[in-house]
Design a protein around this ligand. Sequence first.
Ligand code: 5GP
Length: 213
Amino acid sequence: MMKHSKGILVVVSGFAGAGKGTIMRQLLENYDNYALSVSMTTRQPRQGERDGVEYFFSSREDFEKKIAEDGLIEYAEYCGNYYGTPRHYVEQQLLSGRDVILEIEIQGAFQVKKKFPEAVLVFVTPPGAAELKRRLVGRGTETMEVIDRRMRRAAEEAEHMGDYDYLVVNDDFRTCAEEIHRIIQASRRKPGCNEEFIEEIKAELKALSKGDN
Ligand code: 5GP
């Protein structure tokens, strides 16, 4: 790792049911340098979801309070509920040099890109739409009405896939996690992520070349 290298923000979006959760778990299991941000949401917990682990579950009132005190890096309304990224954890992890992964939908993704231009935006998609529906139904956690709503939402989201930095097809979650890992590693080598290093080496070169010719 280069000296003074701060972590980078990695946004992973994808249609509901694209398998993002499994891919994220695989990434965190295999590599130490990633921190996964836990979002705040007003949606009801699904069976087995724990407060503070999958999400911080909150009331609309508390969520709006958090917005008012600028405690969220981004937030959006998705299928009738608020979702947002708490600021404190993300900033702390970036400073400590870890790369922070935000698993968020597209409105939030573009807010992040605006505020943090060096953030990397990755879009994960299943190989095709039929596979997407099959996975949503197979998960068995949502009613048909919610599934239909999420399929319509996926069609809207597809309009903006082309604005992401990278597109990854999830045929196999292990391969997909490896691919995302390589994308993140390459992104850390962009000059914009190493400004302090560049400034320091420039100053050193100036100092060391003093007096020559
Ligand atoms: P789910 O209800 O299935 O857990 O999530 C619904 C959508 O909200 C997913 O696309 C997920 O990536 C997105 N999401 C989760 N957390 C956040 C967040 O903090 N901000 C935004 N903008 N979207 C989020």
